[in-house]
Design a protein around this ligand. Structure first.
Ligand code: UFG
Length: 340
């Protein structure tokens, strides 16, 4: 396959995972075009990649973009992502993540583009009692509106695949974290709700303390366990999925977990930030946050088997080190932690 001839529309490509993936696509020889409304994404994270400013809901703009750039395949990242926020304010999640995705699917159908990689999530599984690694054969049973929106889109893709020959891969991410080791791009959400950047803010002194949401879970130290996956591993997962779609030409939708198979508790992550940063900070124990499953850990053997993908940069020490160095570089500090 000659990747230089493959034009890929990266919807939401100016965001956290999108910007790392766009860099990885370029490095793999694809020709990405970023489509973003820049509501949460950043132009300066795109490094000279062709940008198209547009809304996910704007079907006509999507149709003209797909035609004008002679697009061969699409990666769809654009979504609201905070699971906790989706519990207190669900409607924007259904509007953005579900309703607006219809415009993209209609635009793809109208232009005859069949290959799609979709950003799904571990949140589609919900709260499974035994805490074992989750495999893709499990039923989808989300416990928060965010997870429902991603599950609903997977259902839309299944129906579109059987009716119209869509060829889709849904990548179910576990906890995206870390940053580009060269600090070209990283995690910049406003407001920030994710654990690792919040702990780093506490270590930097820009946040008074880190709050632990729940210390009475059925886990060894009472705090939630998550499978943290380096954003660069997610990026190579998208490249592998796209390669697979172009090489196999398989109809239908397949779902793959992107994770490491190893979980870390909130307390373990806090300890790792202390170790990497060499700084101490206050920790407050709070009640549970609504919509949080106790344990989410991936069985990622499917992506390894079918896509030849494996996480390579996702040790929790490397994740925290890259996130820490990115936060320092964003502050303009020259110091780089090498960890210990
Ligand atoms: N947490 C705290 N304090 C904080 C923030 C988070 O204790 O200040 C805890 C949460 O309760 C949770 C864990 O840290 O137990 C991780 O929380 P995040 O908000 O960082 O991430 P989530 O697990 O809620 O969700 C993330 C993505 C979702 C994705 C999910 C998959 O935001 O899009 O990972 O596991 F679906």
């Amino acid at each position: 396959m000659n990747r230089a001839n493959k034009n890929v529309l990266v919807v939401g490509g100016a965001g956290y995972i999108g910007s790392h993936t766009t860099l990885a696509l370029r490095e793999a020889g694809f020709n990405p075009v970023v489509y973003d409304n820049f509501s949460t994404g950043h132009r300066d994270a795109c490094f000279g990649t062709t940008l198209v400013e547009g809304e996910l809901s704007d079907r006509d703009r999507l149709v003209s973009t797909l035609r004008d750039h002679d697009i061969d395949g699409v990666i769809h990242f654009a979504a609201l992502i905070e699971a906790g926020q989706s519990v207190v304010g669900p409607l924007p999640f259904f509007r953005n993540n579900v309703a607006s995705t219809l415009s993209l699917l209609e635009a793809m159908q109208e232009t005859g583009i069949r290959r799609l990689v979709f950003s799904s999530t571990a949140a589609v599984y919900g709260n499974l009692p035994d805490g074992k690694p989750l495999n893709e054969g499990l039923p989808r049973n989300p416990v928060n509106p965010y997870g429902h929106t991603k599950s609903m889109v997977e259902t839309m893709l299944e129906a579109t695949a059987s009716a119209h020959g869509l060829q889709a891969i849904a990548l179910r991410y576990f906890n995206a974290s870390g940053a580009d080791p060269q600090c070209r791009t990283g995690e910049r959400h406003t407001p920030e709700t994710h654990l690792i950047p919040l702990i780093i803010e506490a270590a930097l002194g820009t946040r008074a303390a880190i709050k632990i949401f729940g210390t009475d879970y059925q886990t060894p130290d009472g705090t939630c366990i998550r499978d943290y996956i380096h954003v660069n591993d997610l990026a190579t997962g998208h490249v592998a999925a796209l390669n697979n779609l172009f090489e196999t030409d398989l109809p239908g939708i397949r779902a793959y977990n992107l994770g490491t198979g190893t979980g870390h508790s909130v307390r373990e992550v806090i300890d790792m930030v202390r170790r990497i940063s060499g700084r101490d900070f206050a920790v407050l124990e709070e009640g549970r946050r609504a919509g949080d499953p106790a344990i989410l850990v991936a069985d990622a053997s499917g992506a390894n088997r079918d896509l030849g993908w494996k996480a390579k940069h996702s040790g929790i020490d490397q994740i925290v080190r890259d996130a820490w160095n990115y936060a320092l570089s964003a502050q303009g500090e020259s110091f780089r932690s090498t960890g210990s």
